[in-house]
Design a binder for this molecule. Structure first.
Ligand code: NAP
Length: 250
């Protein structure tokens, strides 16, 4: 069953071929939005996301593109706007991590993580902005992380990128608020997707012991908060960060 709150809205979700991005694409589509499912390399799994949305009665289509490369990000956004004539929602979800202690971190580990998480968000936001301003309507949601608020050993690059996203969110929110474009961020804690499933059982247990709710979050826990920020109920909320972490950094 599809909802109607986002009927007629066009959304782009970056890195939507699996995990949190796929859940966000699904939630937005089930609320009535037509969703561009972006992927970089995982075409087959992005096709499955589109298929699941279609089977659920929603509308979605593939958008190929590497968000960290200017020409590729531009082609992806242009494809979406020329295909749909508008863009109402951008969710900057594409992200990677390359965890190592600082002393062992290679320059490439630093650059790649900053490029996808932060540069990608900058590029995609900049590319959709003229259209959103023209429409006098738009929603941008950036997927940060609790690590951007609290830090985490072994993740200096990732924490810097995710903290950078929070500053970016607040600055751009102030720039475009008068044009009825809102820019918010969500900061998930430990969510049971590939990123967390890769951790050893021991590390998973240590983390669980620190989460007051005693469980990892689900991709849907994140997608429901993003859906709220994209809906009419959040029209006066901008420049904010919603933490979704089961109480981890409360
Ligand atoms: P995931 O399962 O590893 O999925 C990452 C997604 O990003 C994939 O769809 C991947 O697509 C895409 N991607 C990677 N590089 C890309 C690029 N250059 N251009 C376009 N797409 C790209 O990750 P996840 O756990 O769902 O995380 C999603 C977001 O939530 C990330 O920003 C992550 O930092 C954030 N987050 C996750 C957690 C967690 O616990 N899982 C917690 C806090 C924040 P391809 O395979 O096609 O490249």
């Amino acid at each position: 069953m599809t909802g109607t709150e986002l009927d007629g809205r066009i959304a782009l979700v970056t890195g939507a071929s699996r995990g949190i991005g796929a859940a966000i694409a699904f939630s937005l589509a089930m609320a009535g939005a037509k969703v561009g499912v972006n992927y970089n390399t995982s075409r087959e799994s992005a096709e499955k996301v589109v298929e699941k949305i279609t089977q659920g009665g929603g509308e979605a289509f593939l958008v190929e593109g590497n968000v960290s490369e200017e020409a590729s990000a531009e082609a992806a956004v242009k494809q979406l706007i020329s295909q749909c004539g508008q863009i109402d929602i951008l969710v900057n979800n594409a992200g990677i991590n390359r965890d190592r202690l600082l002393m062992r971190m290679k320059i490439e580990d630093w650059d790649e993580v900053l490029d996808v998480n932060l540069r990608g968000t900058f590029l995609c936001s900049k590319l959709v902005m003229p259209q959103m301003i023209k429409q006098r309507k738009g929603r941008i949601v950036n997927i940060s992380s609790v690590v951007g608020l609290s830090g985490n050993p072994g993740q200096a690059n990732y924490a810097a990128a995710k903290a950078g996203l929070i500053g970016f969110t607040k600055a751009v929110a102030r720039e475009v608020a008068s044009r009825n474009v809102t820019v918010n961020a969500v900061a998930p804690g430990f969510i049971a997707t590939g990123m967390v499933e890769e951790l050893t059982e021991d590390t998973q247990k240590q983390i669980l012991d620190k989460i007051p709710m005693g469980r990892f979050g689900s991709a849907e826990d994140v997608s429901q908060a993003v859906l709220f920020l994209c809906g009419d109920g959040a029209s006066y909320i901008t420049g904010q960060v919603i933490t979704i972490d089961g109480g981890l950094i409360a």
